[in-house]
Design a protein around this ligand. Structure first.
Ligand code: UD1
Ligand code: CA
Length: 540
């Protein structure tokens, strides 16, 4: 994987593991204006909180503690699902970052080693950066090390006030800062490593003597200085890693940045991305060399695309496996498998349980669900295939409906190997069509068809000579009929023209006979030839 979220567990922490990583996640996230916890909003298909928990976990600390509060039922349920190893601590009232860490430490009475503090809403922070921060802290033998970044616009952040010799004197919140301090462009990321004793002593001395009346974790820095200890700052070159998400504008911007990095990684790994600006690939997706992604393609979840396959344009695949050399055009798919060399779309909808065999085809305006379609089988046009098994080399004509639902239960249909289902047929499940069978176009099947049989179930065609002249006199149609009979010499224009393709499977000999029945009512009219849509797949 080309992205940072998937680095292997870090075991390279010199000086042993840290005692605890405390992830602050109790705040309200008001500016998201959401009934969903801010931490559960997603970046590249994963919750913001999951990135924070993964980065912490990869350090292999003795404890990972998440401080929860606002919408904590949602957050706790999510954590139980994605990270059962973490300890959650409840901060019932959000009285500031310092208070949040006090609550966390109360749950961890015997910490002996370093304590890392991070946030739940800083998704791009990597465990590699945390390792560097810890290494810097241990190398400099300071009491506190703070992760900082130099940014063009420091608005809203705490500023790093450095003394001579570069050590950190204090962190000042913007609202409490002087004019001169506001001009500082080095910002506090809110991510720190603390020597445990310094942290405990500092936390015990915090007072809410600031503009917000909160207990500020940042004040532990000033208190450590007053106690004669040193504080260092470690400035990351990648400011994105310190970036928090407070509203949906920042969420979109960060999604774009993470996506850009993911695509850069894949392009360097041999994937052609024609339009990176409109292509979205989640961190969980796997792509092979010589995959081509055309514009407006989104690949999500456990989607994988094998070598030489082309996906897009305008395609969304969630948990779809695309085989080698396959083509998927203007398609929406989920939980489906597309075999090697198969083609899908344009305008296909692959629903869960769709499995298309090697070199199979799901064509235009086709919806599939729970459909196992064999190698080289074709479902080319305008079809609903739900709860079906279609054998190898079978050919499904245009407009075929596999009617799987009777309003109460769903039933399955199977079509055998190399069988041919004529256009505009409805197969009312449960139905089994054997191997090498034919179904005549326009049939409605309610019973099985044996191997090698032809099934036809439709009204016979009736042609009524002279009907137009009698019933539609004075219309353009009648004029055309009259002109046709004059030029052909035929009495009335009522004889169907012979069909040139004598091998057409859906045409039964007896049906070419002209049947002249009793007079038809106006409503019963079926125009000649209407049961022979010439739309069956002919390409081989
Ligand atoms: C904090 C820092 C600031 C830094 C900035 C970086 C303090 C006083 N200020 O400011 O120097 O530049 O982060 O983003 O620490 N939280 C709790 N419980 C609380 C309060 C906050 O869990 O009682 C959590 C929030 O959910 C959030 C994090 O702590 O994840 C930061 O809180 P926030 O209020 O956003 O701090 P800032 O004002 O941004
Ligand atoms: Ca913040």
């Amino acid at each position: 994987m080309p992205v940072s979220g998937a680095v292997p567990p870090t075991s390279t922490l010199e000086g042993g593991p840290v005692s605890a990583v405390v992830i602050l996640a109790a705040g309200e996230g008001k500016r998201m204006r959401s009934s969903r916890s801010k931490l559960l909003h997603e970046i590249a298909g994963r919750t913001m909180l999951s990135y924070a928990v993964d980065a912490a976990t990869e350090l292999q600390p003795e404890h990972v503690v998440v401080v929860v509060g606002h919408l904590r039922e949602q957050v706790e349920a999510h954590l139980a699902e994605i990270a059962p190893h973490v300890t959650t601590v409840v901060q019932t009232e959000q009285r500031g970052t310092g208070h949040a860490v006090q609550v966390a430490l109360a749950a961890l009475p015997d910490l002996a080693g370093d304590v890392l503090v991070t946030y739940g809403d800083v998704p791009m922070l990597t465990s590699d950066t945390l390792v560097e921060l810890v290494a810097d802290h241990r190398g400099a033998r300071t009491a506190v090390s703070v992760l900082t970044a130099r940014v063009a616009d420091p608005t809203g952040y705490g500023r790093i006030v450095r003394g001579a010799g570069d050590d950190v004197l204090a962190i000042v919140e913007e609202r409490d800062a002087s004019e001169a301090q506001r001009a500082i462009h080095e910002i506090n990321s809110g991510i720190y490593v603390f020597d445990p004793q310094t942290l405990r002593e500092g936390l015990a001395q915090l007072r809410p003597t600031n503009d917000q009346g909160e207990l500020y974790l940042t004040d532990v820095v000033g208190l450590a200085r007053e106690a004669g200890r040193t504080v260092s700052a470690f400035a990351t070159r990648d400011a994105w890693q310190t970036e928090g998400v407070n509203d949906r504008v920042q969420l979109a911007r960060m999604n774009a940045e993470v996506n850009r990095r993911i695509l850069d990684g894949w392009m360097r790994a041999g994937v052609t991305v024609v339009d990176p600006a409109s292509t979205w690939v989640h961190a969980s997706v796997d792509l092979a060399e010589d995959v081509t992604l055309l514009p407006q393609t989104s690949l999500e979840g456990a989607t994988s695309v094998a070598a030489g396959a082309t996906v897009g344009p305008s395609t969304t695949l969630v948990d779809v496996e695309v085989g080698e050399g396959a083509t998927v055009v203007r398609t929406h798919g989920s939980l489906a498998v597309v075999g090697a060399g198969a083609t899908v779309g344009p305008y296909a909808y692959l629903r869960p349980g769709t499995v298309l065999g090697e070199r199979g085809k799901i064509g235009t305006f086709v919806e599939t669900k729970n459909a196992q379609i064999g190698a080289r089988a074709k479902v080319p046009h305008l079809t609903y295939a739900g709860d079906v098994e279609i054998g190898e080399d079978a050919n499904i004509g245009a407009g075929v409906i596999f009617a799987n639902y009777d309003g109460v239960t769903k039933s399955r249909t199977s079509v055998g190997r190399a069988s041919f289902v004529g256009s505009d047929s409805t197969l009312v499940a449960p139905v089994t069509v054997g191997d090498g069978a034919y179904v005549g176009a326009g049939s409605t099947l309610t019973g099985d068809v044996g191997a090698g049989e032809l099934a036809v179930s439709r009204a016979r065609q009736r042609n009524v000579p002279g009907w137009v002249a009698r019933k539609r006199a004075g219309t353009k149609t009648a004029a055309a009929a009259e002109a046709a009979s004059a030029s052909s010499g035929a009495p009335d224009g009522g004889t169907p023209s012979p069909d040139p393709s004598g091998d057409d499977p859906v045409r039964l000999p007896e049906q070419t006979e002209t049947v002249v029945p009793a007079p038809l009512s106006d409503q019963a009219v079926v125009p000649p030839g209407s049961d022979r849509p010439d739309t069956n797949e002919r390409e081989s």
